[in-house]
Design a protein around this ligand. Structure first.
Ligand code: SF4
Length: 300
């Protein structure tokens, strides 16, 4: 069934046979549950669009597939004796609190299943809609490990509206992390993707680290823009429209889809300075594994 929600997307309700998906990754979390396919946040740098390309499912931002039975299927999967209560990532290729979630409300059901099974979880969101479920997250955090991340890369609200039109403003994302921390969750800022020549200036980065220190986040993970696959063509198209003057700089900074070593080194110098300035704890992979928590790996 196709439904047009209060938001601008077209949402197709589908049922799924499996909720959990395994993937090989260098991250310490190999199981994903994505309650939607597609994402209405519409970030211009989104690298998850490949998942729709792969399935020929049309516009990643405008055609959203809603997995109406995901909570029930997940419940069955977590009930199997073979399931070892491994951490589950709820935001592998989509944001679970994207605009459609306001209408379809899949996440409360999923969180109740996770509470029942005391299953550790990580999720990343750019939406303050997560406030709606804060009591469920508190309950989940009281029985298992819950790690909430928010990608915050730009403090300028005009820029945010242009680049991440469907997501919440940066200040709301800091507030949601603060609320999740008070609810007993680990909270991380994913300073990713840092956009060369747009969001990599010291003033912007300094404010993000300062606010991160104020709410005492558990970590900040910086990562520069990645233009793998079709993201490159899409992002360069966006630049030609809104920042044509930056195109020569981008051609210098990117070799294919990879960022240059020189740029990486320059960004590394900035974030190490800010880490020291604001005493943001550096979290390494072994520490995370020991603590049985998850965070996106630091680049530096
Ligand atoms: S929130 Fe994530 S999945 Fe959604 S559009 Fe933005 S980058 Fe893509």
């Amino acid at each position: 069934m196709i439904i047009t929600t209060n938001t601008t997307e077209h949402c197709a309700q589908i049922t799924v046979k499996s909720a959990l998906h395994y993937h090989e990754s260098e991250m310490p979390c190999h199981w994903d549950v994505n309650v939607y396919r597609g994402c209405g946040h519409g970030c211009k740098y989104c690298f998850a669009q490949y998942s729709h390309d792969y399935m020929q499912a049309g516009d990643f931002f405008g055609n959203i597939m809603v997995k109406t039975n995901v909570a029930q299927v997940l419940d069955k999967e977590l009930s199997k004796r073979s399931w070892k209560k491994l951490r589950i990532n709820l935001s592998g290729v989509t944001d679970p609190y994207q605009p459609a979630e306001a209408d379809f409300m899949l996440m409360p059901g999923v969180l109740k299943v996770l509470i029942r099974h005391r299953n550790p979880v990580v999720l990343t969101t750019k939406s303050s809609l997560i406030f709606r479920d804060i009591e469920l997250l508190r309950e989940l955090a009281s029985v298992t490990s819950v790690s909430i991340g928010s990608s915050i890369t730009m403090m300028d609200e005009n820029l945010r509206q242009l680049i991440e039109p469907g997501a919440s403003p940066a200040l709301e994302r800091f507030r949601l992390l603060e609320a999740c921390k008070q609810a007993g969750c680990r909270v991380n800022i994913l300073l990713t993707p840092v956009l060369p020549l747009i969001t990599d200036n010291m003033e912007n980065l300094d404010e993000i680290y300062m606010r991160a220190a104020e709410i005492r986040v558990n970590g900040v993970s910086p990562w520069p823009l990645n233009l793998r696959g079709s993201t490159k063509e899409r992002f360069m198209g966006f630049l030609s429209l809104h920042f044509p003057d930056l195109l020569p700089g981008y051609r210098q900074i990117f070799q294919g889809w990879r960022i240059s070593k020189a740029y990486e080194e320059e960004l590394r110098r900035k974030v190490l300075f800010l880490r020291d300035k604001y005493r943001i704890p550096e979290i390494t992979l072994p520490q995370l594994e020991q603590a049985n928590h998850y965070i996106q790996l630091d680049l530096f």
